[in-house]
Design a protein around this ligand. Structure first.
Ligand SMILES: C[S@@+](CC[C@H](N)C(=O)[O-])C[C@H]1O[C@@H](n2cnc3c(N)ncnc32)[C@H](O)[C@@H]1O
Length: 336
């Protein structure tokens, strides 16, 4: 059985399954760091911290013939499909199964001290959403799983069947920004007493019954925000991202660049906060001189956030919520 069939019903070629977002802008932002390394006689290295279907990586490897890419993903299915797609690039690609906060250990394993850039394209891939069996989508009935790494951790079904009412309310309110969090959490706790949750359809039905019908008209699908919240909780997405940002900053050398594409405000807030620390002097107020160790260690490459064009959004609806932030490391001071 080939990789596409084993992955599920979707037999589209890998390259057609996920359209990379803000691709040319990301390449343009990483280009100076890649060219500077090549000009200094080094092999430039970029870490694609969210390899997915390998769309960004393939474009980078094609555009810069001297480049090596280290591709990370916590999803073994993504690594398998991207590995097949990127095979023509041979030893210019190294794939590592890890969460992206393990970037330092991944580079140590490859004997790489520092790299020239890191790209994060956060969130779920089209593969994960389209693969019915993975249980990420509220629009298909499937086992209620939602783990990006199916080799470890608890499933969304285990979470909704065991968390306390208060814990469920907090998850759905905070990570789903759902105003009916209390009603939904309550309905889940009542529902599981009758039948423990096993499928996405069961959960969608309970959520639909818990929210006022009029709420669905303006706020999209009634299960959308709860599914986002559970996915974030199951994968501990925001904790891992919070740890990954300083790890990525400390993994690039001076002149190295980081580009991050995020898709909701909770992710963007973490990225903004991590970069903000490096963009300002850490000299205590009233300190007469700014010592080197206090100087900002990052320079912002984008004013505010970069956004996709109308044209890109109409070609690729997934791009609609994308926000791009990018920085360059300008001193050796380390992120904490
Ligand atoms: C939006 S997709 C990336 C798509 C890719 N840029 C492309 O063009 O094909 C995000 C990928 O990041 C992975 N991912 C999400 N969180 C992760 C984490 N904490 N550590 C490692 N990989 C993660 C997901 O499994 C998914 O494959």
């Amino acid at each position: 059985m080939d990789a596409h069939r084993r992955a599920g019903q979707n037999t589209k070629p890998t390259a057609e399954r996920h359209v990379p977002v803000l691709l040319s802008r990301s390449i343009q932002l990483l280009e100076p760091a890649i060219s500077a390394a090549a000009a200094a006689g080094r092999t430039p290295v970029i870490v694609d911290a969210t390899l997915g279907m390998g769309g960004h990586t393939e474009a980078l490897l094609s555009r810069f013939p001297e480049l090596t890419v280290v591709g990370l993903d916590r999803d073994t299915q993504a690594l398998e499909l991207a590995g097949a797609r990127l095979a023509p690039f041979g030893d210019r690609v190294h794939l590592v199964h890890t969460e992206y906060d393990g970037i330092r250990e991944a580079l140590d394993g490859l004997g790489m001290e520092s790299v020239d850039g890191v790209l994060f394209d956060l969130g779920v891939s089209s593969l994960q959403l389209d693969e019915v069996d993975r249980g990420f989508a509220y629009s298909f009935d499937a086992p209620l799983d939602m783990r990006m790494d199916t080799t470890t951790g608890i499933t969304a079904a285990e979470l909704v069947n065991t968390a306390s009412l208060e814990e469920l309310r907090r998850i759905i309110r905070t990570w789903g920004e759902e105003k009916f969090a209390h009603r939904i959490a309550h309905a889940i706790v009542q529902g599981r007493e009758k039948t423990p949750f096993a499928t996405t359809a069961q959960l969608v039905e309970v959520i639909r019954a818990a929210v006022p019908p009029a709420a669905g008209k303006s706020g999209g699908h009634p299960a959308k925000r709860t599914f986002q919240a559970l996915r974030i909780a199951v994968n501990e997405e925001l904790d891992v991202l919070t740890r990954a940002m300083p790890a990525a900053i400390n993994a690039i050398g001076v002149g190295g660049r980081i580009v991050v594409l995020s898709y909701h405000s909770l992710e963007d807030k973490i990225v903004k906060h991590a970069f903000a620390e490096g963009l300002v002097s850490s000299a205590p107020a009233g300190f007469p001189v700014e010592l080197d160790e206090h100087k900002p260690y990052l320079k912002s490459l984008v004013k505010g956030t970069g956004k996709p064009s109308e044209e890109e959004i109409s070609d690729n609806p997934r791009a609609a919520s994308a926000k791009l932030r990018a920085v360059e490391r300008i001193t050796e001071r380390r992120a904490s």
